[in-house]
Ligand binder design. Structure first.
Ligand SMILES: [Zn+2]
Length: 381
């Protein structure tokens, strides 16, 4: 059988749009990409399962070989929307120029599947002793629906997992989580000349912000992980809007803040801390304060520095293992097995106009993936 060339895989992945967005006018689903991947994986001898989690939102799991353990290579098939008018190249086509592939998803991260397929083609699988799995998820850029669903429902038990997000081919073993909430204060507006005629939402918000700043300092004092460049959880007040006029008592005010928890801080524990911080203000102003999450919280994640996957992958890549500040699907896939994040392209280009993958990543990535496949799917001779 004649398989597509590496560039054909890449070109088809990029030209098949699969944007996910919380804005329904952008949201497309990923069915077409998943069906293409399914066909290619089957042609290479994989067993393929496709699961539709929500309408038009699919996960694919491909399995090459049989046996226990093995290696899971994972990635998401959705992309973010693109800034119309700010791209110099067509986002939904593969443009080859300046020794780069340009296009939406070239780095983050549909291109990773072309690398996996190419590495599989280059290996003689005759003496394979453990399975290779490929997981392609949906909705990473919005809710992480695909990875959450997969991690809580799958029966597979691989030894290790690698997620091919663009890390410039440096192995990553941890990142912080992300929690973002809106706090809305409903006061009562009135003429500013008589404060007794209203309840000032801005004044209540001032008490809330004071309480959150105390929590921010407490987080700095009480948590420390030297594996991170910012070794404590951060709390940032990022957006506020309230009131309309200096001569009116402010009737409504909304604040958005985020927290980036270190790995090991549970989402429930953090939620309790955030609620505890505001209990006093809430008791003073009953029924006037509403807290709602701005997105599904994502926990922090860490693979122990002395896990065998950390040392062996560092050796294969010839790079130290690091931690980063962006979020991935790793906290969910880590529930199955020790997980690293490692892939071609740079996070600098992710979510940017003229996203690209530099050609200098092509040979090293195929080489690293082949070595990982040999290491984890074949008996050492
Ligand atoms: Zn990504």
């Amino acid at each position: 059988m004649k398989f597509p060339e590496f560039k054909d895989y890449y070109q088809q992945l990029i030209s098949t749009s699969s944007i996910s967005s919380t804005d329904p006018s952008w949201d497309e689903g990923n069915a077409e990409v998943i069906h293409k991947l399914a066909q290619w994986c089957e042609d290479l001898g994989c067993e393929v399962e496709i699961e539709e989690i929500e309408k038009g939102k699919l996960n694919l799991l491909a399995k090459l070989g049989s046996g226990e353990g093995g290696l899971l290579l994972a990635g998401h098939t959705d992309t973010v929307p693109y800034d119309q008018g700010r791209w110099n190249y067509e986002p939904h086509a593969l443009t080859e120029t300046n020794d780069r592939f340009y296009g939406l998803g070239t780095a983050d991260m549909k291109g990773f599947f072309a690398f996996i397929l190419e590495a599989i083609k280059n290996i003689n699988w005759k003496d394979q002793s453990k399975p290779l799995y490929i997981l392609a998820t949906c909705d990473e850029e919005t809710t992480m629906l695909g990875a959450r669903h997969f991690a809580s429902n799958t029966q597979i038990q691989p030894d290790y997992c690698i997620i091919g997000e663009p890390t410039s081919l440096k192995p990553i073993r941890g990142h912080k989580g992300h929690v973002a909430n809106a706090v809305r204060v409903t006061g009562k507006s009135g003429h500013s000349s008589d404060p007794a005629h209203g309840v000032n939402a801005l004044e209540i918000m001032n008490e809330i912000m004071f309480a959150l700043m105390n929590l921010k300092n407490k987080l700095v004092k009480e948590y420390h992980n030297p594996g991170f460049s910012i070794p404590y959880p951060t709390l940032n007040l990022g957006h506020i809007h309230g009131g309309d006029s200096p001569n009116r008592i402010c009737g409504c005010c909304e604040l958005h803040y985020d927290v980036r928890p270190l790995p090991g801080i549970s989402l429930d524990g953090l939620d309790n801390m955030l609620r505890d911080a505001l209990t006093e203000v809430e008791a003073k102003w009953p029924g006037r304060i509403d807290i709602t999450p701005l997105h599904e919280p994502i926990p922090g994640y860490e693979c122990s520095a002395d896990s065998p996957i950390v040392t062996s992958t560092a050796e294969i890549c010839g790079q130290e293992v690091e931690t980063v500040n962006y979020c991935t699907e790793a906290p969910f896939l880590q529930d199955l097995c020790p997980t690293l994040v490692l892939g071609p392209g740079s996070i600098e280009q992710a979510h940017q106009p003229d996203e690209f993958l530099a050609f200098s990543f092509i040979d090293p990535t195929i080489s690293v993936l082949s070595k990982l496949m040999y290491k984890h799917c074949f008996e050492v001779k």
